[in-house]
Design a protein around this ligand. Sequence first.
Ligand SMILES: CC(C)(COP(=O)(O)OP(=O)(O)OC[C@H]1O[C@@H](n2cnc3c(N)ncnc32)[C@H](O)[C@@H]1OP(=O)(O)O)[C@@H](O)C(=O)NCCC(=O)NCCS
Length: 195
Amino acid sequence: MKQQKFKAQIQTKRLILKGRETATFEMATAFSNLIQQNIKFLRKWIGFAWQENTPEISYRKCYKSSQLWHELKEADYNIFLKNGELIGQINMKDVDYKTASGEIGYYMAEKYTGKGYMTEAILALETEFFKRGINRIQICTDKDNIPSVNLAKRCGYKLDGIMRDDSLAASGKGLRSTAIYSKLRAEWQKEQKKK
Ligand SMILES: CC(C)(COP(=O)(O)OP(=O)(O)OC[C@H]1O[C@@H](n2cnc3c(N)ncnc32)[C@H](O)[C@@H]1OP(=O)(O)O)[C@@H](O)C(=O)NCCC(=O)NCCS
């Protein structure tokens, strides 16, 4: 896959995904607030929700995102509704140009769940990357994270397998098993023909 700049903005019917090209304190504060307001919801499945989450720490994460963005290693997008409300984040991480592969990760505020927003965001992000030549996209999730498992399936990802007791649970206590879902370029192309 050829290395090329990530797309700064991706629009869907209801959403705008804005790339984290530059870290700002405003962005960092908005994410720090979103995580604090949804801490119980996110802690079930997301390890970083257990860490300290001040605006300063959030800024360092946003700054790291912008570095990885410019190194073309990870495309992090903030997800907004068209009325400007920030609802969550999605990224294409571990972009590997030799194998033409990457991994999608995501989370959003609880009050925006159940509306199909993340499905819309995933389908838009995968389209952007399949168009630029990626061959394989994977989604890894705790096998017991039913909303996330259903999301991967709803987006047409196939189960590669389950790595049993392979990593720490989000809380850091105990182990989790990771389900790996993937979609290949040929499968995406088939889906496009059916549309
Ligand atoms: C994982 C997560 C993003 C899934 O959220 P979600 O709301 O289930 O996913 P979507 O935004 O795609 O919405 C799909 C839901 O909306 C419904 N829906 C309504 N309108 C829809 C539409 N136009 N298109 C698709 N689905 C729609 C679907 O039926 C589905 O509901 P159901 O699961 O009850 O059937 C969310 O639970 C989350 O952020 N969790 C915490 C973080 C996390 O676990 N991240 C993943 C770590 S691997």
